[in-house]
Design a protein around this ligand. Structure first.
Ligand SMILES: [Zn+2]
Length: 203
């Protein structure tokens, strides 16, 4: 894990230092470099932030390792938001200017197809903060987080993987199919050879 200093007034560092006690909406996905969380105080369901595990206040301070996975995270999060929420595109912005929030964090915001023109582009930030109430509630944020977490989980998808079944019955079915195949193939070869012999006699 990356070395982490935790300034007492940094909200992000406090979360990074207490990962296992965070609610699901605050730890949607985590690796050694980055954490994905749902933004609080937003009127937009699925408004996420991507933040480094270290206390960093400028993008210029990111390490090569952090930089290497930054783009991948931004794209994967955008894909997950599209899958889960059906948004048309995502907006990405990084400021880290508010008191207590100097820790670098990329806002990744789903832009719905029907979002009113008055909130498009940078104006989407009118939907974040005290004046944006009513905010997305904790229960809804945790629900969205659960769906996003399964989209962002590491490893191949179920469709791509073909593990040995743990269920004994399923394992038996697979073994039987393999045995059947091993019998069928020679029979077909034999038939083919017989047909060739018959053909040879005709010619
Ligand atoms: Zn910090």
């Amino acid at each position: 894990m990356a070395s982490v200093s935790t300034p007492p007034d940094c909200y992000s560092c406090h979360g990074n230092a207490n990962l296992h006690s965070l609610p699901p909406r605050e730890r949607i996905a985590v690796d050694d470099q980055w954490r994905v969380a749902h933004a609080f105080g937003s009127a937009v369901p699925g408004w996420l932030v991507l933040l480094p595990r270290r206390h960093v206040t400028s993008i210029a301070e990111l390490t090569e390792l952090e930089a290497a996975s930054l783009g991948t995270w931004q794209v994967r999060i955008s894909q997950a938001l599209r899958t889960v929420l059906g948004c048309e595109k995502t907006y990405i912005a990084q400021f880290a200017e508010a008191a207590g929030f100097a820790h670098v964090h990329f806002h990744i915001v789903p832009r719905a197809a029907d979002l009113a023109d008055e909130f498009r582009g940078p104006k989407i930030f009118q939907l974040l903060g005290p004046s944006a109430a009513p905010h997305v509630g904790d229960v809804q944020m945790d629900d969205i987080a659960a769906s996003l977490a399964s989209e962002l989980a590491p490893g191949p998808s179920a469709a791509e993987s073909s593990p040995t079944p743990r269920d004994p019955l399923a394992r038996e079915v697979r073994q039987r199919r393999q045995r059947v195949r091993s019998v069928v193939v020679p029979e077909r070869v034999i038939r083919s050879l017989e047909e060739q012999v018959i053909l040879a006699e005709w010619v």
